[in-house]
Design a protein around this ligand. Sequence first.
Ligand code: 8X3
Length: 245
Amino acid sequence: MTRTAVVTGASSGIGEATARALAAQGYHVIAAARRMDRLAKLAGEIGGTAAELDVTSQASVDALAAALPPELQVLVNNAGGALGLEPIEAADEAHWVGMYATNVLGLMRVTRALLPALKAGRGHIVNITSIAGREVYVNGAGYTAAKHAAVAVTKTLRLELNGLPVRVTDVAPGLVETEFGLVRFDGDADRAAAAYKGMTPLVAEDIAECVAWAVSRPWHVNIDEIVVRPVAQATVSLVARDKGL
Ligand code: 8X3
């Protein structure tokens, strides 16, 4: 029987690496994101399917759901990210709204639409949150608020699905070298690179391995949370630099 996995935000970074890892485990992966050119290439390489998806659009989510098989085994809610880094006193409302729209409402929208198929398929929902869903840091409130909300939604989901054949896992990464910083700083490569200066960040494959491990546990095992950081990172903002770590 074909096992099907949907990965959102699959055009780059953690999503792309997760799509590859799940394909390597034998899943038919539906790689969903906005950038179809990248997705088509990825889908070709892993024998999966590219699906255009904007998690901020209900119509787009509905179109994805309508194209899926009736039974789904894995959903990885990875689409999301940070916009800006400013104090609350200077909060950019568009950034805050944008972060809530993807990290929280997008997660809700895709989960809501795909839950019937996940229930039918003894499914597993893996939400990629962040250590920013467990900590706060100066100038980070827009992002930490959104990720704390994503963690709350994930925990609530586990309560609401109790008694149903659906597993729920929260994978919470620290610093991972992806396009995360470029998006956060609107394409400013120098600001993005500064986060990784003098230390070794995680790579997307590190997180993909966590997802692949969680979904491949025996069915009676639910991995609730995996928090994973680079060795050099004790908290979001306490990062040892220039120590060979
Ligand atoms: C991002 C976590 O450590 O890069 O989700 O701020 S960190």
